[in-house]
Design a protein around this ligand. Structure first.
Ligand code: DQQ
Length: 498
């Protein structure tokens, strides 16, 4: 067995071995949270995907359970791809994409009461082919919900020469499905693949829900929107999560606005959400790697699950996110930095905070034109540093910017160090910033807008620095904690390689 891997997260969920990608079947069932995920225990590469499974009562500590689904002779012989869990009159039921001979089709499996053993439906696949007469780019992944007396399902897809879509179906029993039509079709000719909000030629992992209260398609008068989350995909490089706000009714979705779900793009991919038993909408996403295939295989593991995030509706009608408060129980060694004013081009303040596992909470106010730079995972000599940068435009009518500067995050020339950034809404320059650092995993929330990414420091730096790099920044409060590890015991060693 190898030494503990300094890049392997300790309080983000990682699979016990090999490869992890999308969250699947995320749910809260009789008081227990279930996280299933795309899994290849054989090695850190995407092949013959199974459904890994872990359970939790607090969304913080997780117990590994036996693999829930694995490929078998038939329509999922080459992989059990993404899907969801629904409650069919008390019977836990999975709807997933069976992969066989290069294509995916919807399959169903029913579970035991404890959700630990699963039986595939002999009638799989439950939909024999994509809609006839439509040239699809791909066809997979499922969003299934109960509407009155019927089930409805969306299957993610795309129509060639038009754009991404989701096909809508209806069923009385989850086994026999009637095709209704495309819920809504994106326009791939708008913008181009390099745009951070390009809607792609295929929508992976569609997730339709009501933001705020009420149920999908609630009567006019309740103006909280319905939200259609999708992962924009193209067989070129495009992969990023987006969402439409709009109104779902009857057989269609009327879009109003298109938004980026996470400014880290592919680093928060294929998200899936559920309503927990206390009524919160909780979302997980796959924090994929930014290193080479060879480096993943060498490390013996790949893929990190984001912390679960509570998804709410902001006043401006967009979504807002925060890590579930439960993770605060991992906070240790509280340090509070004195309120002060930082002035541009000053030397970085030594905050007295350091560590590779951190939870940082700041309340700041930027003067027009000001910029604040928070460095984490910095080496003593500063050769490596990952920097979170907040800036406010001189024109006070404009929103600011949240940026993750990874240019010096790693001396390893083989890893992705591209900048990530997005619009930061603010009033009077006020920003509430939350930063969670877990070795190679970084999750940032600035006024509720998330930016998630991976970094690969080589020098083991633990310094944290703070400086105003332009203008003046009022530090109103700054609290920091180191975070205890959850996976120390079981997951800090590389899995045995076959
Ligand atoms: N991952 C799954 C697919 C899905 C993709 C395969 C998204 O079902 O479309 O592992 O990352």
């Amino acid at each position: 067995r190898a030494e503990a891997d300094p890049l392997r997260p300790r309080f983000h969920f990682v699979s016990p071995a090999g490869w992890l990608n999308d969250p699947n079947g995320v749910s809260h069932w009789n008081g227990t949270y279930h996280l299933f995920y795309q899994y290849n225990p054989e090695g850190a590469f995407h092949h013959r995907i199974q459904w890994g499974h872990a359970t939790s009562t607090d969304l913080v500590t997780w117990t590994d359970q036996p693999v829930a689904l694995e490929p078998s002779a038939g329509p999922d012989a080459d992989g059990c791809w993404s899907g969801v869990l629904v409650n069919d009159g008390g019977t836990p039921t999975l709807v997933y994409s069976g992969r066989f001979e290069g294509r995916e089709l919807p399959c169903v499996a029913v579970g035991s009461d404890d959700l630990l053993s699963w039986t595939k439906d002999p009638g799989n696949p439950v939909i024999a082919a994509p809609p006839v007469g439509v040239e699809t780019t791909a066809y997979r992944d499922h969003c299934v919900w109960r509407e009155g007396t019927v089930w409805r399902q969306l299957v993610g897809s795309g129509i060639r020469h038009r754009g991404g879509t989701a096909f809508l179906y209806e069923s009385a029993d989850l086994r026999s499905w009637n095709y209704i039509g495309p819920l809504f079709i994106g326009d791939a000719s708008q913008g181009d693949p390099a745009d951070t909000d390009w809607t792609g030629t295929m929508w992976e992992c569609v997730d339709l829900f009501r933001a705020g209260h009420g149920s999908l398609g609630s009567a006019p008068g309740d103006d909280s929107p319905d939200v259609l989350v999708f992962s924009a995909w193209d067989d070129g490089e495009t992969r990023h999560p987006l969402y439409w706000t709009g109104r779902y009714s009857e057989d269609a979705f009327e879009p109003e606005g298109l938004h980026r779900l996470d400014y880290g793009g592919r680093f928060f991919y294929a998200p899936q959400s559920f309503l927990d038993e206390s009524g919160r909408r909780v979302m997980f996403g796959w924090m994929q790697e930014g290193r080479s295939d060879a480096a993943m295989v060498e490390a013996g593991w790949s893929g990190v699950m984001s912390l679960p995030r509570v998804t709410t509706l902001a006043k401006d009608g967009t979504l807002e996110f925060a890590p579930v408060p439960e993770i605060e129980k991992l906070r240790r060694n509280h340090v509070s930095v004195t309120a002060q004013v930082l002035v541009g081009a000053g030397t970085p303040t030594d905050t007295g905070v350091s560590g590779k596992q951190l939870d940082l909470e700041l309340d700041v106010q930027l003067a027009p034109g000001a910029e604040l730079r928070l460095g984490v995972l910095s080496s003593q000599d500063g050769a490596e540093e990952t920097a979170i940068v907040l800036s406010r435009t001189a024109d006070v009518t404009l929103a600011g910017t949240l940026r993750l500067d990874r240019t010096r995050s790693s001396l390893d020339p083989g890893v992705d160090v591209e900048d990530k950034s997005g619009t930061l809404p603010m009033t009077d320059g006020r920003v509430r910033l939350r930063v969670l650092v877990d070795r190679s995993a970084v999750e940032i929330f600035a006024n509720g807008k998330p930016l998630t990414a991976r970094v690969y420091p080589t020098l083991g730096g633990e310094r944290m620095t703070l400086a105003a790099t332009e203008g003046s920044v009022r530090l109103l409060s700054f609290d920091a904690w180191t975070m205890a590890g959850v996976f120390e015991e079981t997951r800090s060693l590389l899995p045995e390689r076959k």
